[in-house]
Ligand binder design. Structure first.
Ligand SMILES: Cc1cc2nc3c(=O)[nH]c(=O)nc-3n(C[C@H](O)[C@H](O)[C@H](O)COP(=O)(O)O)c2cc1C
Length: 213
């Protein structure tokens, strides 16, 4: 009986279980000249859940990820600051066909798991299931190497919030739509992505082109 239950559980998660059918996606070099000035972007920053299902172009996806958490200096530091520069944040890129990890140093998306993670991220908010991409911000607070879990989690949450705000501002500057979200099925996400106890999903940002009315 226990064996049968295990087989059944494996079948249930099967569509999300085979990353080998996904290939790495090579990202474009970021276009650092695009977007409006920062004051204009700030004045236009607003959460919106009205987005088109249209797939993002590779350039838009590449620029979005670089703005969120790309490497912007030769020493490997990022567009978002992290506490002690411990770079505790990992950015998971959830596309309809599968979820990838953003490898900022090599401008690559590395396959993690195939299948659609958006329903698990949606947690009751239907528009998320149709967003062309959802960026999942995860802090691995063990990278702070502190014996204070509460403080580590706090720093992880702060670092994740900064990455989310980079996404929000980039989207406002280039006419994309996003909203920072704390809702998501955390236990299920951790199980599906095989996250460790110290890897904490902080926020997720669905991103898309504005819905056409
Ligand atoms: C930490 C945080 C968590 C949030 N979680 C959600 C969420 O799960 N779902 C959602 O639709 N909006 C979420 N929001 C968006 C807020 O509802 C939104 O920012 C707020 O209403 C203010 O609107 P504005 O962003 O347009 O200024 C969240 C915002 C923050 C900062």
């Amino acid at each position: 009986m226990k064996h049968l239950l295990l087989v059944f559980a494996a079948l249930l998660i099967a569509p999300l279980a085979q990353a080998q059918e996904l290939k790495e996606i090579k990202l474009n070099a970021p276009d650092k000249t695009r977007g409006s000035a920062v004051m204009k972007a700030l004045s236009e920053r607003a959460s919106s859940r009205a987005m088109s299902e249209r797939e993002l172009s590779l350039q838009d996806l590449s620029d979005l990820l670089w703005a969120a958490y790309g490497v912007n200096r030769p020493d490997g530091r990022r567009t978002a600051p992290t506490a002690k520069n411990d770079q505790d944040i990992d950015l998971y890129v959830c596309l309809p066909a599968g979820t990838y990890l953003y490898d900022a140093r090599n401008s690559l998306l590395k396959p993690v798991i195939s299948g659609d993670l958006r329903p698990v991220l949606a947690a009751g908010q239907d528009f998320v299931k149709h967003a062309p991409v959802v960026l999942l911000i995860v802090s691995d607070y063990s990278r702070f190497k502190m014996n204070d879990v509460e403080r580590s989690r706090l720093w992880g949450a702060m670092d994740g919030g900064i990455v989310s705000q980079n996404i929000n501002i980039f989207c406002a500057a280039v006419g994309l739509v996003t909203v920072p979200r704390a809702y998501m099925d955390q236990p299920k996400l951790k199980e599906i992505l095989g996250l460790s106890d110290t890897q904490m999903p902080v926020l997720n940002n669905p991103v898309g082109y504005p819905a056409t009315r």
